[in-house]
Design a protein around this ligand. Structure first.
Ligand SMILES: [Zn+2]
Length: 186
């Protein structure tokens, strides 16, 4: 997939939210936050029901060198220009799916999950890099005890699946014939 490197995207999150980091690249990831991990990084730190389809972004190092979590005021930018093709529910909030390019067989998308999404973000909306598609959902009161975080996924999805059908039913345990996952860290 041809999208800007993840470091550029993480720097955009820092800039847009005025995060008090001392330097760029000051992010921390538990193993369970990484692409294809089978570990949980919350609750009992047990096994996920499926491998992780993306990257969880939630912890940065502040100017004192301490780890700090993003909170529900954090605004979520898109990483590249494209068009919103669907907004669907996920288990912690809502997900916004942005198409960046397409051909006859498939289209490449980025997915931003566990958000609170304003009504202005809906299918057909054109977006540019850094445009805000929502804020991180407040999950502090949920039973799961999962900290506020942003999940991103990069996927190539077959055209046989129409835009409105692209939900976590399709993306969560993807059929390799229809959905190809990419590592956002590469
Ligand atoms: Zn995730």
């Amino acid at each position: 997939m041809k999208l800007p490197p993840i470091t550029v995207y993480l720097d955009t999150i820092v800039r847009i939210n005025h995060l008090p980091v001392s330097d760029s690249g000051q992010w921390f990831f538990y193993q369970g936050m990484l692409f294809l991990s089978r570990r949980k990084w919350w609750a009992d730190f047990g096994t996920r029901h499926a491998t992780h389809e993306g990257l969880d972004i939630g912890i940065f190092k502040n100017r004192s060198g301490n780890r700090e979590w993003l909170d529900s005021s954090a605004r979520v930018p898109v990483m590249a220009s494209g068009t919103v093709i669907n907004v669907c529910d996920d288990f912690l909030g809502r997900s916004v799916i942005v198409r960046h390019c397409s051909n006859k067989q498939s289209r490449q998308v980025s997915v931003y999950s566990h958000l609170k999404v304003p009504g202005t973000i809906s299918p057909g909306k054109k977006v540019d890099p850094g445009d805000i598609v929502g804020t991180i959902a407040d999950t502090t009161g949920k039973k799961s005890g999962i900290h506020c975080h942003l999940h991103i996924s990069l996927m190539e999805i077959a055209q046989q699946i129409p835009d409105p059908k692209i939900t976590w039913q399709v993306m969560g345990e993807p059929d390799p014939e229809m959905v190809k996952l990419f590592n956002p860290m590469v």
